[in-house]
Design a protein around this ligand. Structure first.
Ligand code: HEC
Length: 132
């Protein structure tokens, strides 16, 4: 056989090793105009949304290892582009309401992986009131 098991394994390992050298933007840039809100509102959003929608992302360990890191930085980049609480423009409140009220299932995999980040009933109702 042309490709032996051994050579496939070593090429794969080499490729995985080389992938680690591709630079990524896993940075938390400074907040430009952070959203102002009562503490309780802010901490609920921090717990549940800031990983993808702010410049205060808590990067998980796996975000340092390719190819998982590519996935993580891709999601955060598109999340920040859609909505960024660190560069708050006070728009999109309606869209946020839709997500918070659960009318659009949002990022199910993330909450499966991090069930603690889910909003509880009290947080959800306070957020909905604040967003009115
Ligand atoms: C795991 C990452 C992640 C988390 C956590 C997350 N989002 Fe998102 N969100 C995204 C991504 C990616 C997009 C852009 C693509 C899309 O619309 O699905 C997005 C889009 C949105 C939009 C749409 C903005 C628009 O332009 O219409 C809203 C609103 C939103 N998110 C609100 C929230 C709220 C509120 C929370 C917390 C309860 C939250 N998101 C948590 C990743 C995330």
């Amino acid at each position: 056989m042309f490709f032996s098991f051994k050579s496939i394994t070593s090429w794969t390992l080499l490729l995985l090793l080389l992938m680690q050298f591709i630079p990524l933007s896993r940075l938390n840039p400074p907040s430009v105009s952070p959203m102002q809100a009562p503490n309780f509102i802010k901490s609920a959003l921090k717990k549940s949304c800031y990983d993808c929608h702010s410049n205060e992302t808590r990067w998980p360990a796996m975000a340092w290892i390719a190819p998982a890191s590519w996935l993580a930085s891709g999601i955060v980049t598109s999340g920040r582009n859609a909505l960024n609480f660190s560069a708050w423009k006070n728009n999109k409140k309606r869209e946020i309401r839709d997500v918070v009220s659960g009318r659009t299932a949002h990022q199910g995999l993330y909450y499966l992986w991090k069930p603690d980040a889910k909003l509880n009933v009290t947080e959800t109702s306070s957020l909905l009131k604040w967003l009115e």
